[in-house]
Write a protein that binds this ligand. Structure first.
Ligand code: FAD
Length: 500
């Protein structure tokens, strides 16, 4: 596919739309918006620099920028916080990068009908700091909470750590405004007022615009759920002698029917070993602890007290040992910055080297957790032995289903990669390793991704496999909405829509 460069005439038109100071063509501005914190495509990131960065302030400005791009068939990519771990915001074909961070206002806080309307560039932490004054919060809670932005949560259809109690991004965004790839501004969501949680009129278009990774348009406004701030929170960590015991205990806890249970996370032995040797946030535990379950309960005080007691009982009856208040409070609080610290890993010879982080975030059923885990670790082991630039940072399994702790799981294997050693050979090896990991999830009836999306080599090529006939529908929708393939081209295998 040819790469279209942006001419001086187009730059001048862009300046006319958003104002000259918000059109950036200097090298630092463009390079700063190139990569995301993930191994792909780091070792070639000079290939993915946008030609120009624009910072619009309104939906109308976004619309004019998109119309211009469509007229000249210039690739255009929306970027929010740039923390997405699947390279969604990386401009594969250069072109215009639309940084939406100036669009960061809260437009309306509606306490009566429990909704907040925002511009999409608002940061998650900032939004909740403001909402705190009113005793409410927006309960979408990724580990990247302090640095991710509402638009990126919508673009990826993100995973919330407290989803079993409150739902994920897709459940919490009530409606939104989108600039389509041809520049029209449309509203999607239930009901004319856009503050309804459920209707059955027409197609359920809201979901089409969740997780499309900027391939179907640019979100310019969103109305989000507001819930009361929880009166009480109970976070408890339990230690187990082995993975098998912890796995069974996870099943008992999640199937208990506790409505206030917000999260159950199962860390396997490899993850515990990694935390022991590398993570400053980790509080030392006896050697007998080989797997850990982290739990959180949110609600009003009376409910939380009773549910906490029940949870402690279930854990004890299934072989868990409460790890104490210090671990619970400290470690649960550190869930937002565990990976924000400088990263390092170890080679086979024990040498510590700077490493970047890749996480595979498949969705799988409870029953297949042991098999998936075993196969993932053995794939990682083969590549670690052969190439000596990878490190296995272990697996964890997170309750995934909104409002249903007994539902399925986000399964993640974290792999450290020695970035400076990603030459062509090691790069190909890593792509192969990622392919093998992805295929295991599909083999067991899972999904390639539960939150980050599948927009890079090593998993994107499996989108048609997972979607089956649905991929044909995706292609038709893409071509109908984006006739010139300008919106974030090269992602999700959607170029195929233009092949016939
Ligand atoms: C330390 C760390 C922990 C993380 N933990 C989690 C986690 O627990 N759960 C989770 O879900 N994710 C997690 N992530 C990944 C990431 O933070 C999320 O995927 C987040 O949703 C991306 O937000 P962002 O604002 O950085 O978006 P970006 O990376 O800027 O963009 C993400 C995608 O959305 C598209 N996009 C951006 N703006 C718009 C727009 N206006 N309209 C349409 N599309 C748009 C982009 O093109 C891109 O495809 C983590 C990342 C890090 C670094």
């Amino acid at each position: 596919m040819s790469v279209v460069t942006v001419s001086d005439a187009v730059i001048e038109e862009l300046k006319g739309i958003v104002g000259p100071e918000y059109v950036l063509i200097d090298k630092p501005a463009r390079y700063n918006r190139t990569r995301v914190p993930a191994p792909f495509p780091v070792h070639r990131w000079g290939d993915y620099v946008p030609d120009v960065v624009v910072l619009p302030a309104t939906a109308e400005e976004v619309s004019e920028v998109v119309k211009l791009a469509n007229r000249f068939k210039i690739p255009i990519v929306p970027r929010a916080g740039g923390t997405g771990l699947a390279d969604g915001a990386v401009p594969l074909r250069r072109g215009i990068l639309v940084d939406i961070k100036r669009m960061n206002k809260i437009l309306e806080i509606d306490l009566e009908d429990r909704a907040v309307t925002v511009q999409p560039g608002i940061n998650m932490l900032k939004l909740n700091e403001e909402l705190k004054k009113y005793g409410v919060f927006y309960p979408d809670d990724p580990a990247s909470y302090p640095c991710s932005i509402v638009a990126g949560r919508i673009g990826t259809s993100g995973f919330s750590l407290i989803s079993s109690r409150y739902g994920h991004t897709r459940d919490l965004v009530m409606s939104m405004q989108v600039v389509l790839p041809t520049g029209e501004i449309v509203e999607v969501g239930d009901g004319g007022g856009r503050k309804l949680r459920k209707s059955s009129t027409g197609f359920q278009l809201k979901h089409l615009f969740m997780g499309h990774q900027g391939t179907l348009g640019i979100c310019t406004e969103a109305t989000l759920e507001l819930v009361p701030r929880p009166e009480a929170e109970f976070a408890a960590f339990f230690g187990y002698r082995d993975f098998e015991a912890a796995y069974k205990s996870t099943g008992a806890m999640t199937k208990s029917g506790l409505a206030t249970l917000a999260a159950v996370v199962l860390f396997d032995d490899k993850k515990v070993q990694y935390l022991r040797r590398d993570d400053e946030a980790y509080i030392p535990q006896p050697k007998s602890v080989n797997s850990v379950i982290a739990t959180a309960i949110y609600g009003v005080e009376d409910e939380v007290r009773a549910a906490g007691k029940r949870l402690l009982r279930i854990a004890k009856e299934t072989g868990g040992k409460y790890l104490g208040d210090e671990v619970s409070q400290g470690d649960w609080a550190s869930r937002h910055d565990r990976y924000a610290t400088p990263l390092h890993g170890r080679l086979l010879n024990g040498q510590v080297v700077p490493m970047c982080w890749h996480c595979e975030d498949s969705a799988i059923n409870y029953s297949v957790i042991p098999k998936v885990r075993k196969e993932w670790h053995s794939i990682a082991e083969r590549y670690i032995k052969k190439y000596e630039i990878f490190d296995d940072w272990g697996c964890f399994f997170y309750t995934n289903a909104a409002y249903k702790p007994w539902g399925d799981y986000l399964a993640e294997i974290d792999i450290g990669i020695w970035e400076q050693r990603l030459n062509e050979e090691n790069w190909r090896a890593w792509v192969e390793c990622k392919r093998e990991i992805t295929q295991v999830a599909l083999k067991y009836g899972g999904s390639i991704t539960a939150c980050h999306g599948s927009t890079r080599e090593g998993d994107a090529e499996f989108v048609p496999v997972e979607m089956k006939g649905g991929f044909e529908v995706m292609k038709r929708i893409k071509k109908a909405l984006d006739p010139n393939n300008i919106m974030n081209p090269g992602k999700n295998m959607l170029d195929k829509a233009y092949e016939d």
